[in-house]
Write a protein that binds this ligand. Sequence first.
Ligand code: ZN
Ligand code: FE
Length: 254
Amino acid sequence: MLTVIPIPAFEDNYIWLLRNERHAAVVDPGDAGPVLDYLARENLALTAILNTHHHGDHTGGNAELLAAYPVPVYGQQRPALTSVSIAIAEGNRVALPELGLSFDVLGFPGHTSDHVGFYGHGMLFCGDTLFSCGCGKLFEGTPAQMTASMQKILALPDDTLLYSAHEYTLENIGFAKRVEPDNEALLQWEQEALGLREKGLPTLPTSLSQEKRTNPFLRFSEPGLIDAVSRHAGRPLSDPVAVFAATRAWRDQY
Ligand code: ZN
Ligand code: FE
């Protein structure tokens, strides 16, 4: 049976590990140590590494994992990221036969220009593109690119589970409440998320339906959010890119 395990790393990263009885694949192993420990403890063989983007907290463990398991590394190739062995782009498919899985590659430029997501079996591994109630900072992409990436996520089925790479949920909810203080779904999610964190549990994966109701970066077509962001920006905004950009700018100053 397939299970997906969060392996905590650093302060707030999750390395997602997909496993059955004998094999495993990891998404964004920023650190090899906790992955190697888990594989040894559970007697699993690593079969693939998937990288959503090149940042060190997502790829820093590649080399050490490859020394122990010479497996394919799927990602977008960058000169600085020599550990990627299979270059991928939107429209490609990543097959993990030992796990009986295959994922479609979605292009998510915005946080970085090489960011991708892996979508299949009702799951989206979205790295630093989308967090619960938040989204990645625009280090390399434009608001227009990131809005298009958000629209690709919005087009997926509502019950898609979103596996983000960071536990930022409570912090993000703090900002989301500034934007939409009367959003009931948001206040309810805050209570649930607080309960999970008190027990030391992850708030992820989240679901797309939940994020549609609570995540300000997916709500650029909601009249209430448009009003709040326009008021904060001091000018009327309407098109999705302008609303998204102003929401992101607000978050960056928050
Ligand atoms: Zn990143
Ligand atoms: Fe990150």
